[in-house]
Structure formats: structure tokens, C-alpha cells
Design a protein around this ligand. Structure first.
Ligand code: HSE
Length: 310
């Protein structure tokens, strides 16, 4: 068994419009790079090899909390040293915390003879996500573990995740430099939903799944609309309406708020269209005088993976 592994853990989109806390999609880039070593010293130690100044306290760091959850299920005395290089900017709305939590548990599992199932790894990583957002949700974690398009069908009484194929897609994400904390953007959500809205929403949920399974880009595009969460979060995301308008004019299939924001994502058929859509969305924030970053990435069929062992 190796003493040390290097893991790449991908950025992910969650919600995908209509599927709040349910849908997720793995991206080929950006990704976090995590070196994890098995140590005789018990417990978890964390180092960050990037400039983001994230906590290294294992009780507060998402990767630390996730690996501690895993260690509670391990009988033999073992510890881990985790070195994290964030390729995914924290707070960018593309599953940064999920990627670190997933990469760490995937690495720890590889160092323990791969004794845990992917569903168990989702459970451990969710402990990390709980620290980051104050809510137990797996819509970024599931695609980071399984790759492709995922549906979190249930967390209770047992974790039930569907890993489904995704047609070739390119994602454009624009990340305006404004702070929207996941915990805050969950507080604005309505506690109850009128039945008529719920009907429209679950019709779109069914349409989006069917669109992914049949590679029907038109169906994917018209099924992404979110009648429940996006209207509540709209005031937190300046530029969203105009960015979507310009993105669709530039050829995007459709999109919306990336996770809890502030980023906006659009799905596209080709890399060239995704690049043009990124530019079109960026122009909105340039006009608003808000700094932004743009990411273009293909949808990944694989989730977090060990890329080398020593
Ligand atoms: N589904 C979550 C939300 C994703 O929209 O709040 C954020 O991590």
C-alpha cells in the first residue's frame, strides 16, 4: 500500500438551475491538488501551499473535518498529513470547499486500501461541507466523487446518489468579485413553495434529467429555469438577468446562478461558444464596474482521482 498519494479533485456546478441541492456536474478544470501522507502520528495535520490563507485547524478546515469523519470509522491507529494547493478559488461558487473535502477523503481512502464505498466517502465529505456552509448538502460533493452529472436523490434514511452520463458540454463561469456567503444566500430562501410553482419546477427537473440522458441540448436549455430559488437570490447577484441575456445571444444553451452564487454559469455545446459566452457575461460586470474572473471548462466524466502514488 502506498504511504502517500496525490489527488486531483474537480470544481463542480451545483443546482443547475431547477435542481436546488439535488443536481451537480463535474468540471475538468479548475481542480484542487492534494498530497496526503499516512503517518504513525495520530490525527490530522494540514498545510496549505497556496496564498488563500485558509485555516489549517483540522477542526475547522473542510478537508480536516472530512478526514476526521473518515478516521472515526477506522479501527487501527493512523494519522494523515494533508497538503492542499487550491486550484479553485475559495468562494467562487464552483464547489471549492467540496473539492478539498472530497480530495482529502479520496486520498485517505486510497491509503487505507480503498475500504470505503463512494457513498461512504460522500458522507464523510459532507461533514466538511457542513463546516463551510452550515448545511448538510451533497450536490457539489456527489459530482466531485462520481464525475459527470449527478442527482442526490436522498440523504435520509440512506445516501442515494445517481451518477448519470452527461453529453459533451463546455461550461462558462463568470465570478464577480462580490461576497455572497452560502449561509446568507440560504437564509433568503422561502420556507414553503406554492403548489403551482412546485409543479413547474419538478416538470423542469424531469425535463433536465431526460435532456442529459438523451443528449437533447434544446431540452436541457429550456428545462434549467428555476422558479423557486433564483427569484429569491436575484437581489444578491447583480447583473444576472443581463448576463443571461447576453450569454444566450452568444449561443449558450442556458444557465443560471452557480451554486449559491455569486458566480453565474452557462452550458454550451463547444469550447468556442463557451469562450464567447464568457466574454459576453464578463462585459456585463465590466460595465457595472465589478471585477470578475472567467473560467471555461469541459464537463468531466471522472470525479476526484489519485494521479500518483509513492
Ligand atoms: N445547493 C447549494 C445552495 C449549493 O444553493 O445553497 C451551495 O454550496
Amino acid at each position: 500500500m502506498p504511504d502517500s498519494v496525490l489527488v486531483h479533485s474537480p470544481a463542480t456546478l451545483s443546482n443547475l438551475g431547477c435542481g436546488f441541492d439535488v443536481f451537480g456536474l463535474a468540471l475538468a478544470a479548475p481542480y484542487d491538488t492534494i498530497r496526503i501522507r499516512r503517518t504513525a502520528e495520530l490525527g490530522v495535520r494540514i498545510r496549505h501551499l497556496d496564498g488563500y490563507n485558509l485555516t489549517t485547524d483540522p477542526a475547522r478546515n473542510v478537508a480536516g473535518v472530512a478526514v476526521q469523519a473518515l478516521l472515526r470509522e477506522v479501527a487501527e491507529p493512523v494519522g494523515f498529513e494533508i497538503e492542499i494547493t487550491k486550484g479553485i478559488k475559495p468562494g467562487s461558487g464552483v464547489g471549492s470547499s467540496a473539492a478539498s473535502a472530497v480530495g482529502a477523503v479520496v486520498g485517505a481512502n486510497a491509503l487505507l486500501g480503498s475500504r470505503f464505498t463512494k457513498m461512504q466517502l460522500v458522507d464523510f465529505a459532507m461533514a466538511g461541507e457542513m463546516v463551510a456552509s452550515g448545511a448538510r448538502h451533497a450536490d457539489n460533493i456527489a459530482p466531485a466523487i462520481f464525475g459527470g452529472f449527478t442527482v442526490v436523490r436522498a440523504l435520509e434514511p440512506a445516501i442515494d446518489i445517481l451518477a448519470l452520463p452527461a453529453p459533451p458540454l463546455w461550461v462558462a463561469v463568470v465570478h464577480p468579485q462580490i461576497e455572497v456567503k452560502t449561509s446568507d444566500s440560504r437564509k433568503v430562501l422561502p420556507p414553503a413553495v406554492p403548489l403551482a410553482l412546485a409543479v413547474r419546477q419538478w416538470a423542469n427537473v424531469a425535463g433536465l434529467v431526460a435532456g442529459f440522458l438523451t443528449a437533447d441540448y434544446g431540452l436541457i436549455g429550456r428545462s434549467m429555469d428555476d422558479y423557486i430559488v433564483e427569484p429569491a437570490r436575484l437581489p444578491l447577484i447583480p447583473g444576472l438577468v443581463e448576463a443571461r441575456k447576453r450569454a444566450l445571444a452568444a449561443g449558450a444553451i442556458g444557465g443560471g446562478i452557480s451554486g449559491s452564487g455569486p458566480s453565474i454559469f452557462m452550458l454550451n455545446k463547444t469550447e468556442a461558444v463557451a469562450q464567447a459566452v464568457g466574454v459576453a457575461m464578463g462585459s456585463v460586470f465590466a460595465e457595472l464596474g465589478i471585477e470578475f474572473n472567467t473560467y471555461i471548462g469541459a464537463v468531466a466524466t471522472e470525479g476526484a482521482k489519485v494521479v500518483s502514488k509513492a
